[in-house]
Write a protein that binds this ligand. Sequence first.
Ligand code: PLP
Length: 400
Amino acid sequence: MNTKELIENEKRYLFQTYSQPAMVLDKGKGMKVWDLEGKLYYDFIGGIAVNSLGYCHPKVVEAIENQSKKLIHCSNLFYHAPQIILAGKLVELSCGDKVFFGNSGAEVNEGAIKLAVKYFKEQNKDKHKIIYMKNSFHGRTIATLAATGKYKYQKDYLALLPEFKQANFNDLDSVKEAFDEKVAAVLVEPIQGEGGINIGTPEFIEGLRKFCDEKGILLIFDEIQCGMGRTGKMFAYQNYNVEPDILTIAKSLGGGMPLGAIIAKDSTASVFKPGDHGTTFGGNPVVCAAALANLQVLEEEDLLAKCKEKEVYFKNKFEELKEKYPEYIKEIRVLGLMVGLEVEKNGPEIVKKCVEEGILMNCTAGNVLRFLPPLIVEEKEIDYLIEILDKIFKDITSKK
Ligand code: PLP
């Protein structure tokens, strides 16, 4: 089928839940991806923070190939090596003691919420409320949706889960106000991604830890987007002087394969007994083998350090751009390779123009241009992005 036929069939056969540009992606290598017509794009959204190594890293491909020849699926009724080895590696790298594997971000967040509630049930305490933040994003299943601080995502389901209380990000007082004796945990992204690359201040993140300790409740960090090296540290909490009780990761964990994980301290993880939680596919052998290869490459290619270098490069280039368009560019927010450029208006139009020019990125939270490139992005590729943005901004601002 050609591009036109495929798009016609997409409209016919798929739920119309996504808005997509009129091209069909076909193959990728590193930062580059080509559509069916052979047009090249530089991917600055990286599968929404999934493709940290870019497309089809040879080591990840090799791991998938080898594992799929041995054992593709075997269920969690039995042990298999890739899952156990990966769990050990994650424990070694993080502040946690135990890992539970799921398939996606929303799923592991649901698990983390369940774990927090069960933790108190074990102590015969009825604590079933979770404090979450405005402009957060934790998933789209019904339960995590209730913890997603965007009314547009929640409005049709609100009555189902009234146990979630909203506070304001970077506002510790609002968390204190939202607290009552039924609260089990605070759930927060240290850096909000979908919310527009909002970076948690050290006062807020460290203040949350102190507050949770004072009240004897759990602190859950959702690092699904900001974890696994994206901020230049393996985990985003390592940018702060705190450790969460429960950490959730997904996105780039599986090197492009669907994998999520809950990482928790022993004291918390131990409340889940056999049968309390589970999944058919979570921690599948092929997916775990890909995740192990992904971690190995992060280390071998020193990508965390490179991420920090690119953070500085991005910031400087965006500052230069802001000097050219001081009115139009409202704010630059960068931590590692979580990059947000808030513009005055026309965000979606810019995304469309970028696609025409061979750049993939997106726009979130109104007019925040969001860039989550692979950690392997090179300076010359960032230069190309800047050149394109400069051209588009010039065009937009000259029409005012
Ligand atoms: N949490 C955060 C911080 C996210 O950014 C996302 C997805 O964008 C999710 C949870 C949900 O993950 P998934 O789409 O894998 O369910």
